[in-house]
Design a protein around this ligand. Sequence first.
Ligand SMILES: Nc1ncnc2c1ncn2[C@@H]1O[C@H](COP(=O)(O)OP(=O)(O)OP(=O)(O)O)[C@@H](O)[C@H]1O
Length: 374
Amino acid sequence: MGNGCFYVDRLAAGYGKRPVAEGLSFHAGRGEIVTLIGPNGAGKSTILKTISGGLAPMGGELVLDGVPMERIPRKERARKLAVVFTEKLQGELMTCRDVTAAGRYPYTGRLGLLSEKDQRAVDQALELVHGTDLGDRPFDRISDGQRQRIMLARALCQEPEMILLDEPTSHLDVKYKLEFLSLLREMARKKDLSVLMSLHELDLAERISDRVVCIKDGRMDRCGTPEQVFTPGYVEGLFGMTAGKFDAAGGSVEFSVPGGAVKPEDLPENAVFVIAGNGSGRQVFRKLQRENVPFVTGILFENDLDLPAAEALAAHVVKVPLGPVPEEAVREARAWIRRCQRVICCRTGFGVWEKENEDLFKYAERSGKTAGES
Ligand SMILES: Nc1ncnc2c1ncn2[C@@H]1O[C@H](COP(=O)(O)OP(=O)(O)OP(=O)(O)O)[C@@H](O)[C@H]1O
């Protein structure tokens, strides 16, 4: 089970008598970020609620710092484990500073009076989330994104060993999403925190997580590093996607090509051949896709940055393994060019290993297919 400060072993979580998910075994070490992903209703929130103590486990073990969770006294657990579930706290009549300070309650006496040390911890936490200016504002009159940052400040000033977050970026704009997750990453490392959260943004999950736990049909479908989890085709299966493709290399989602791949003889009249490579083609592929213009592309090496988007969107891709480009691939690409109405070249120049693509471009020029290229 590793030296993680937290682990679950064969955990079952659910409501009443019915487990929503069971057989869950994973761990989160100190300084690590572990992310739960999976389709809507898979049970991610239920698992987090169970780990936070809000729901009783229906089976299995929950262990924090070598001690079964149920044996950790409530007050100690409140110090060790911080929870960021935004919908929980209404915070009426409270300022953002009051809400943040609530994170110190496990450390204060019964009256909840804050010592100087507590006040300092509140200041620091607000500063960390860039929330100092929000301190005096009423918590119920700030934006959802600001509320999310204040909730993180509250969790941080609790000085926990572990933070649980349920979809912490759902209300944040793209700038704050990145800022928030970078902050979380930094806090995890600096303060040796274990972070367990659910995320819907797979690209962010892939970039930020040390480990990803995939939940599907009431069980743990996969658990591992992002490289182990996000293998080609996996996300589409996990989410039962029929309308698009997840680019495992680039961490982005591609809409699928209408009608799918085609045979040369079925290629529509307005089809375009795109000479791309090295990431130069993706924007063009997407533009053609939006405009409903079918296209063929090549010659792409199998590790090319353009390949995932090409495979998701093109009617056909002429691709080759790394190494010398076979004559046959060149012949095939030329045949597709002859069938296409025009050729778009995304390259401003060709490297020494791209002689065949340069030749294809010259071939297209000679055929008059590059005229009016946009
Ligand atoms: N309070 C509840 N009582 C009974 N069943 C519930 C309750 N809350 C959620 N469920 C059910 O448990 C299952 C898992 O829900 P959960 O919210 O954990 O999924 P999730 O993976 O977090 O979904 P989402 O991605 O949509 O947030 C769903 O079928 C849901 O309808």
